[in-house]
Design a protein around this ligand. Structure first.
Ligand SMILES: NC(=O)C1=CN([C@@H]2O[C@H](COP(=O)(O)OP(=O)(O)OC[C@H]3O[C@@H](n4cnc5c(N)ncnc54)[C@H](O)[C@@H]3O)[C@@H](O)[C@H]2O)[C@@H](O)CC1
Ligand SMILES: [K+]
Length: 515
């Protein structure tokens, strides 16, 4: 599913109106009526006080439509126009008149004295600003937002939380209305996926308002939100005549004394996701541990108890390197020599990323489309600090383009950066914030590349499955008892889930923490 910018949405909006021969008023009516129905289905006519706060643009227009339907269905509503400007849009004005004609006059809020009393157990519909916000709310509008936030009332934001920007960071955090739930039109919004906005959002879902999909496709959007449908389209079915050689040979390199677990988890994940053969190259001290823990894999050892020589005999299809490897000087030197000799596709994680950050010249030795899987701290060491999440994405895009690498930036809504192409993950939850979770991800992506998935696809597929295991498992495990080994235990269910055809998830109900 594409993630569109406010400008792209405005274009798609115009195109849809033209192609479908409808008016913008009709489009607004359709979109806002779905929001009303969403609420109506849940409230079933209950007598709860509903405050509908409308701006003077088209987000306000949506609010007026919702207010009209609520009123006509007997709900206990009060509708307000937050009168911050006299530049009312035609759609706003038309819906203002329609509500008035029904005898329900909106209250005009011109200053603080006009604020209504909002109680904790009321409902607020936030239709003050949508994606048209161009500068931060000020004056009494900002005070109103602060007042609503202070009541801790449940707020249903229409399209976008008021005060949040569609394409830039918020500097004044007190000017954003905190949304309990967001009904957003047509596509998820980039702002919902950025950690810096986490305090303004709780849950959100996409309402399909029927914008012209062909037109959207032709815009060639570069930002995606992973859906199950898309993952299914990536899946490579297995051929009856295939044999283990068809599914590649993954080599996992890493481990150190006390950290053999990291490379064990990565190797097991590569095996379990279907790599035909899996080998591990580890320091001598890990030999027995690995052989006993995973009988299916082959083990080669370095002559030292710390990875130093990288005298690898295995001829793999792909190499995943870094988990538990350490950054000692002899490992750094061995890693440098390894990179000079290597011609296999690479997945680089953990300490291997740190070694690249310590000596950025090594980046020149990476094969094209190498995948790097940094968590935020490792990313910072790699690309430097960032001012905000937009800056972080831009710097990551520059880095990916400059070095022709795929970045998998781990965290809530892990994002896969391939040049200007960004893909945000839709699965996962805080259960994944557990030791070894990243090692398993490295193994999964390595095992997928071994089976012939293109690097970017393997990264997207691996990240999706990784998150999905946690989404399925927590019903049984809860967050706390879920460990990195649980990811591997639930891999089968996550994989099989791709083939079930329940509705594609466009709902994000579980804020994550970094893994
Ligand atoms: N694009 C679409 O597909 C559809 C959009 N609709 C609604 O239209 C919204 C966008 O509407 P608009 O573009 O009219 O904009 P908004 O209603 O989001 O913004 C309000 C208006 O206030 C002005 N403004 C911006 N920042 C301000 C500030 N700090 N202080 C005072 N005035 C400020 C802007 O110029 C804008 O016209 C969407 O969020 C959505 O709710 C829906 O009606 C359905 C269809
Ligand atoms: K809003």
């Amino acid at each position: 599913m594409y993630i569109l910018s406010p400008q792209q949405i405005a274009k798609a909006d115009k195109a849809t109106i033209k192609t479908n021969g409808i008016t913008s008023l009709e489009l607004m009516e359709y979109a806002a009526t779905q929001c009303f129905q969403w609420l109506h289905q849940r409230l079933q006519g209950q007598n709860i006080k509903i405050h509908v706060f409308c701006g003077i643009g088209n987000n306000g227009g949506d609010g007026l439509v919702i207010a009209r339907h609520l009123y006509q269905n007997g709900y206990n509503i009060d509708c307000y126009v937050v009168n911050f400007s006299d530049k009312r849009t035609p759609e706003f004005l038309e819906n203002y008149n329609r509500l008035k004609e029904l005898g329900k006059w909106p209250t005009i809020i011109n200053n603080e004295n006009d604020f209504p009393t909002v109680s904790f157990d009321d409902i607020v519909i936030d239709a003050i600003f949508g994606i048209g916000l161009s500068r931060k709310p000020t004056g009494f509008t900002k005070k109103l937002i602060k007042y609503i936030n202070s009541t801790k009332v449940f707020t249903l934001a229409i399209d976008f939380p008021s005060g949040l920007f569609g394409d830039k960071s918020v500097n004044d955090k007190t000017s954003v209305l905190k949304a309990g739930h967001i009904l957003t039109f047509q596509t998820p919004k980039l702002a919902f996926l950025l950690p810096e906005n986490k305090e303004f959002l709780n849950t959100w879902e996409v309402i399909d308002i029927g914008l012209d999909l062909n037109f959207i496709e032709n815009l060639k959007p570069t930002i995606n939100y992973i859906t199950k449908e898309k993952i299914l389209s990536y899946y490579k079915p297995r051929n009856k005549w295939s044999h283990k050689g068809t599914f590649g040979h993954s080599l996992l390199i890493g481990g150190s004394f006390g950290k053999i677990g990291a490379i064990t988890l990565a190797s097991k994940a590569a095996l379990k996701i279907g790599s035909g053969l899996v080998s591990a190259y580890i320091p001598k001290c890990g030999y027995n541990i690995l052989q006993i823990s995973i009988p299916e894999i082959m083990v080669e050892v370095d002559d030292d108890n710390t990875l130093s020589y990288f005298n690898i005999k295995t001829k793999p299809t792909v190499i995943g390197i870094g988990p538990g490897m350490g950054t000692q000087e002899k490992t750094a030197l061995g890693f440098y020599n390894f990179l000079k000799e290597n011609s296999n596709p690479l997945i680089i994680d953990a300490d291997a990323i740190n070694l690249l950050s310590l000596n950025p010249k090594l980046l020149e030795l990476l094969p094209k489309n190498t995948i790097l899987t940094p968590h935020p701290k490792e990313l910072e060491r790699l690309i430097g600090t960032w001012k905000n999440d937009y800056d972080k994405l831009n710097k990551s895009i520059e880095f990916s383009k400059k070095h022709t690498v795929v970045l998998v930036i781990k965290g809530a809504h892990t994002v896969i950066v391939n040049g200007t192409n960004l893909t945000f993950n839709s699965t996962g939850n805080p259960a994944l914030s557990t030791a070894g979770s990243g090692d398993v991800l490295t193994g999964l992506i390595t095992g997928l590349v071994a089976q012939g998935y293109e690097p970017q696809i393997a990264a997207i597929f691996g990240v999706y499955l990784h998150g999905k295991t946690a989404d399925i498992a927590i019903q049984q495990t809860g967050y706390e008892t879920f460990t990195a080994s649980t990811i591997i235990d639930y891999l089968a269910e996550a994989l099989l889930d791709i083939f079930t055809n329940e509705e594609t998830e466009t709902e994000n109900s579980e804020p994550e923490t970094e893994n």
